[in-house]
Write a protein that binds this ligand. Structure first.
Ligand code: 5AD
Ligand code: SF4
Length: 345
């Protein structure tokens, strides 16, 4: 369908219809999503997403503290700075005691949700993680794990230990692109993991990398169709940022504005979901952070990894040094009428 036809069709896709469909969880067609993604005016889409966020999630931004407890990874994803073959990176691995100490500090600051993230580190095996989760649960916090692909039984045991949520970004829903970017795994395996997580009752988080090499604009429509079918509870999209010690070093960064549009459209197709703004977006375009909260986002996940390790969790340039001024962010959120909450059920 050419642009003229889309614009003609769009007259039928009014603001009221979009909001009505979104709030009632009615699926959008490929044509509707193509129109909204490619042709609808961005500011209009952001306003719609903001309205839907307000109606479904209220005016509250939730904060979840991240601890990156190991940067060892057995995988070799082409885009990632902590990939196995990056021999220039200093590796670290926190131990149980230290993680618990940091977690207690985070709880004392008022956070009630802790996200534990690492590379796929075989030394931090499932048995160890089960022990850690059980200890952390004694602090009365919700636990999100982001530790990569495991087998079905491992996901079952981690849930039983008390894990509430699991982040496993799918990165791209395009099969060929996925296989190229992630040579140690496959999209099929990734989706199998995501289905197991759902089966065991985790709140599941996914997300794609926006502007990664070889990605075509049409693929974003497939992303949105996937999201509205899979219905994850959390979605975090981040722009690609080239890392100098990876095979993708010479490619350009992804577009922050395209990331914002994907965020807004994700709010429209999944009105109930929790949508964090990614650290990659904050690093690439800090000036867009507030705008992202007014375009559908409702979660912020500050990195609370101890300063001695933080700079080695070097997924992409700028990440290790990124230190959001939380006080300032809270003030600015209040100014645009958004409340903040560290204590989340
Ligand atoms: N640019 C943007 N995001 C990246 N990630 C890893 N490397 C990069 C990069 N170069 C993101 C991926 C992954 C998460 C750990 O960090 O989405 O899921
Ligand atoms: Fe490891 Fe994840 Fe980076 Fe891939 S994206 S190399 S699995 S940390």
């Amino acid at each position: 369908m050419d642009k003229k036809n889309f614009v003609a069709k769009s007259k039928k896709l009014s603001r009221d219809i979009i909001i009505e469909k979104s709030l009632n969880g009615i699926k959008f067609s490929r044509e509707e999503l193509t129109y909204l993604f490619l042709y609808a005016e961005s500011e209009w889409v952001y306003r719609l997403a903001n309205e839907i966020r307000k109606k479904k999630k209220g005016n509250i931004i939730y904060f979840r503290g991240i601890i990156e407890f190991s940067n060892y990874c057995s995988k070799n994803c082409l885009y990632c700075g902590i990939r196995r073959d990056n021999r220039l990176l200093k590796r670290y691995r926190m131990e149980e005691e230290e993680i618990l100490e940091v977690a207690k500090e985070i709880v004392n600051k008022g956070f009630r949700t802790i996200v534990l993230q690492s590379g796929e580190d075989p030394i931090w095996n499932t048995e160890r993680l089960v022990g850690l989760v059980k200890e952390l649960k004694k602090l009365g916090v919700s636990i999100t794990l982001s530790v990569g692909e495991r087998n079905r039984d491992e996901y079952r045991r981690l849930k039983k230990a008390g894990t509430d949520r699991f982040l496993l970004k799918h990165e791209t829903i395009n099969n060929a692109l996925f296989s190229w970017l992630k040579p140690d795994t496959s999209l099929e395996k990734r989706l199998r993991c995501l289905n197991w997580l759902k089966e065991f009752g985790y709140e599941v988080g996914v997300g794609c990398i926006v502007g990664i090499p070889r990605q075509k604009l049409e693929q974003f429509i497939d992303e949105l169709l996937f999201l509205q079918d899979f219905k994850p509870q959390m979605v975090g999209h981040g722009p690609f940022i080239p890392h100098p010690h990876t095979p993708l070093a010479t490619f350009p960064s992804g577009s922050a504005l395209l990331t914002l549009k994907m965020l807004a459209l994700t709010r429209i197709v999944l009105s109930d979901a929790n949508l964090p703004i990614s650290t990659a977006l904050s690093v690439l375009a800090p000036e867009l952070r507030i705008k992202a909260f007014l375009a559908g986002a409702n979660v912020f996940m500050p990195d609370l990894t101890p300063i001695t390790y933080k700079r080695y969790y070097d997924l992409y340039p700028g990440k290790g040094e990124y230190q959001p001024d939380l006080e300032n962010l809270l003030n600015r959120l209040q100014k645009v009428g958004l409340k903040t909450d560290l204590v989340e059920s």
